[in-house]
Design a protein around this ligand. Structure first.
Ligand code: NZQ
Ligand code: ZN
Length: 391
């Protein structure tokens, strides 16, 4: 095992009607003037936003609102939010929605707490020295942003999608009511389950360091998410299944399933981020579309882990290493199909030209500083081959 840091400062309130505690929590963490940041309107339609503003009104906590964070949230709205916070004297951020609203709120928080252009952090030019305190009411189980240190933003100019990670951005609190996810379209529920699995799988397919306890948590989480994703496909209003998936989403990306490893692989995510930037696809679906091609490209270099995954997670019978590993990859693709996730770019609905594949591979390589990956180190040429294989 490798040494590790495990830091999860987020206070979680989980269960029915937990959003009624929002004013109490904001006060506990010192908020006196709040920016409520949300997405394209689902929280307006569900009535959640008006319940939140009513709770703040009743508690006498001042607030302003800013909606419009789109999936693959944009830098221009982040700038708008930073200006608004400075003008209004905002001292606390409340992200209400999914990863996009939360990530956008984190970026606004960095922009308010640090001088200069906030994009510098996403462009790896500078490191943030603070972030405005942030709380979250989650409406989709997917990214784990409610407990993670990450924020992913797309710069419109050049369609560059980049993530920035810092402990300063970890939310102070996360309100998680599984009932709030029941209004999700089935597609988004399935995308979320895929993303959750992938956050643990990125930490699983590595060259060493994986502890037995971490593997047990990771494999249990993956089996739980698969089982409950199928339940939700057939019964979207199943509270218990919503709850299992929602909690798995947080644990999958708060560091727990990576303790002791070498930092993880993360190349499926990096390859997807270019798809999200260029074609604006849903993150989870993009991951499913490239994973199989990535896995087939790297599995021989990481055979023991692929075999363990096949047997312990996908239920493949023991046998020759390579055959078992390949059967595990196929079994996961079958699972993706069973919840209507794509397993290649065509099924994702994009048909890149060769020039676009080259462009994505180049941007991806630049984004990771040349080469990245633990299961197998991938350079620009390898990235291009994986993109080509996923068409
Ligand atoms: O915008 P609204 O109207 O709210 O609609 C959203 C959006 O259309 C809708 N939705 C969310 N909750 C709903 C709902 N519709 C009905 N009922 C509800 N309860 O679902 C759509 C997707 O929302 P979004 O926030 O974009 O989804 P997600 O949570 O999957 O976030 C995706 C973004 O997060 C990034 C992704 O790259 C992508 O940009 N990621 C962030 C990470 C992090 N911060 O740690 C890690 C991830 O790997 C990921 O990269
Ligand atoms: Zn993800």
């Amino acid at each position: 095992m490798f040494d590790f840091k495990y830091y999860t400062p987020t206070k979680v309130l989980f269960g029915k009607n937990t959003e009624s505690k929002v004013a109490e929590l904001i006060r506990e963490f010192g908020g006196t003037k709040v920016l409520i940041h949300y997405g394209g309107g689902s929280v307006v339609r569900s009535g959640l936003l008006s319940r939140v503003t009513a709770a703040l009104d009743e508690a006498g906590i001042a607030y302003v609102t800013l909606g419009g964070a789109v999936p693959n949230p944009r830098l221009s709205l982040v700038y708008e939010g930073i200006e608004l916070c400075k003008k209004e004297g905002v001292d606390f951020l409340l992200g209400v929605g999914g990863g996009s609203a939360i990530d956008s709120a984190k970026a606004i928080g960095y922009g308010v707490a640090n001088d200069g252009d906030v994009w510098d952090f996403y462009d790896y030019k500078r490191v943030a020295t603070g972030c405005l305190p942030l709380g979250v009411i989650l409406t989709i189980a997917a990214t784990g942003s409610e407990m993670s240190d990450s924020s992913v933003i797309t710069k419109e100019e050049g369609l560059v999608k980049r993530g920035y990670s810092s402990d300063y951005g970890r939310p102070k609190f996360a309100i998680m009511n599984p009932e709030l996810t029941m209004t999700l379209p089935d597609y988004q529920t399935a995308c979320g389950c895929t993303d959750i699995m992938m956050h643990t799988m990125e930490r699983y397919f590595t060259q060493g360091g994986n502890m037995e306890i971490t593997d047990a948590l990771a494999e249990g989480l993956l089996r739980t998410v698969m089982r409950n994703a199928v339940i939700l496909r057939d019964d979207p209003r199943n509270y218990e299944a919503r709850a299992e998936v929602m909690w798995a989403g947080s644990l999958s990306h708060n560091g727990l399933t990576g303790c002791g490893n070498d930092g993880g692989d993360w190349m499926t995510h990096k390859l997807e981020h270019e798809l999200g930037g260029l074609y604006d696809v849903a993150h989870g679906a993009g991951l499913a579309a490239v994973w199989g091609s990535w896995a087939r490209y790297v599995y021989k270099d990481c055979l023991p882990r692929f075999k363990q995954f096949a047997v312990n997670v996908m239920g493949v019978s023991d046998g020759p290493d390579e055959a078992v590993a390949l059967a595990g990859i196929e079994a996961l693709e079958d699972f993706f199909r069973s919840i209507k996730m794509p397993t290649n770019l065509r099924e994702l609905g994009v048909e890149p030209t060769e020039e676009e594949l080259v462009e994505m591979a180049h941007k991806c390589a630049v984004g990771v500083g040349g080469a990245k990956g633990s299961a197998k180190l991938l350079d620009e040429e390898a990235m291009l081959q994986i993109y080509r294989a996923s068409v």
